[in-house]
Design a protein around this ligand. Structure first.
Ligand SMILES: Cc1ncc(COP(=O)(O)O)c(C=O)c1O
Length: 397
């Protein structure tokens, strides 16, 4: 738990945007510090300094592998979720271009997948985007229907970063493998918020990122199942089993490893705690604000995700007014929150354009408390009332 900044002058600072990023845990920071100082060696060097770094790299790789129930040689460290996603998609696409050029993904992927698919589409690959239902769920039968003789890869997000809906990846993997197709999942949002391992999910590749699990920014990993070949994207030294050239970010990797170790210890307790906070918050919002609606699936959703829609108000106004009350939330995903484009995820749920702008994504973390939930809901009720009073389209009571 972190003390929130409510010191002498009672400044309220409530952070409820954990889907965007998380505050690095003090244990993570402490684990990293020596690697910015006396343990600064290059893991490829043969002397003692290098060997200290190489030992940290090897033990971090084992920790991340154990966490995902993988083998150490199946873990490729990267600069984060975006790079892991790019490596998975392009790495397979380039290697298998003579076997097939068809990739299946979904309409509600993170831009790290969607824009990589768009890029591959421009390069002559064929991309199929499977739809979702109005709760954001993919039907595995739609994935199966999309498979053709030249399908080389299926990439489906594990838990959506905006609405938190959790996809049936295990079923999708089973279908893909029946047809001899590889499966990748972007598990950047699900790791740490539910048990995630490659045995259960049955995937061939899986992306993770440290900064969503109380670790540092700019570091992540791609799990690549043993025997699965992939073309590296950068040319250089033989780091990361030849799949990702460049001197390893040892402090970041040690931070990722510590974050994963803490996530493993905490996931069960955190999940229970967060489900209670989440459901209390959803209930209080829906009960106290007329014409408010929950987006996404009521139960197949991330334990920390509250995504709500309000008629007659703009999400940006809600966000700014909550910010003035010391509360940090989001209107969509971190990557699109500066854009006024309607969210592709909400559009995919079938929400009509007039109703697509009044949304808030509140993503809780284990340092949030029930008192904070009450504070946020009380302020939200007040803010929605004020905004509706000013709105020419809101019915007046
Ligand atoms: C589902 C998902 N995938 C990928 C990413 C990108 O990860 P990173 O910020 O580590 O590049 C994010 C970050 O928002 C995400 O939520």
């Amino acid at each position: 738990m972190y003390p929130l900044n409510r010191g002498e002058n009672k400044v309220v600072r409530i952070y409820m945007d954990h889907g965007a990023t998380t505050r690095p845990d003090p244990e993570v920071v402490n684990a990293m510090l020596p690697f910015y100082d006396e343990l600064f060696g290059n893991a490829s060097s043969l002397h003692t300094f290098g060997q200290e770094a190489a030992r940290a790299l090897a033990s971090s790789r084992k920790t991340v592998a154990d966490f995902l129930r993988a083998e150490p040689e199946e873990i490729i460290f990267t600069s984060g979720g975006t790079e892991s996603d790019n490596l998975a998609l392009k790495g397979i696409a380039y290697l298998k271009k003579n076997k097939g050029k068809h990739i299946i993904t979904s309409v509600i992927e993170h831009p790290a997948i969607l824009n990589t698919c768009k890029y591959l589409g421009d390069m002559g690959y064929r991309i199929t985007y499977v739809p979702v239902n109005n709760q954001g769920l993919i039907d595995p039968a739609d994935v199966e229907d999309a498979i053709t003789d030249d399908t080389i890869l299926i990439s489906i997000i594990h838990a959506n970063n905006e609405i938190g809906t959790i996809q049936p990846i295990k079923e999708i993997s089973a279908i893909a493998h029946m047809h001899g197709v590889l499966v990748h999942t972007d598990a950047v949002q699900s790791v740490g918020k539910m048990p995630v391992n490659v045995d259960d999910l049955g995937v061939d590749m899986l992306s993770i990122s440290a900064h969503k699990i109380y670790g540092p920014k700019g570091v992540g990993a791609l799990y690549l199942r043993k025997g699965t070949r992939l073309q590296g994207l950068s040319q250089g030294g033989s780091h990361e089993m030849g799949k990702r050239a460049g001197t390893e970010n040892i402090p970041g990797i040690v931070g990722l490893s510590k974050a994963v170790e803490l996530a493993k210890q905490r996931v069960e307790g955190d999940t229970k705690y967060l489900v209670n906070l989440r459901d209390t918050m959803i209930r209080k919002i829906l009960d106290s604000i007329p014409e408010s609606y929950l987006n996404g699936h009521p139960t197949k959703r991330l334990c920390n995700n509250v995504h709500v829609r309000f008629s007659y108000v703009e999400g940006e106004s809600l966000l700014m007014m909550l910010n003035m009350k010391g509360v940090a939330v989001s209107t969509g995903s971190a990557c699109s929150s500066k854009s006024l484009e309607p969210s592709h995820v909400l559009a995919a749920l079938g929400i009509i354009p007039e109703k697509i702008h009044g949304n808030l994504r509140i993503t809780l973390g284990h340092e949030n408390t029930i008192d904070e939930v009450d504070y946020v809901v009380e302020n939200l009720v007040d803010i929605v009332k004020k905004l509706r009073a000013m709105s020419p389209i809101a019915p007046k009571d």
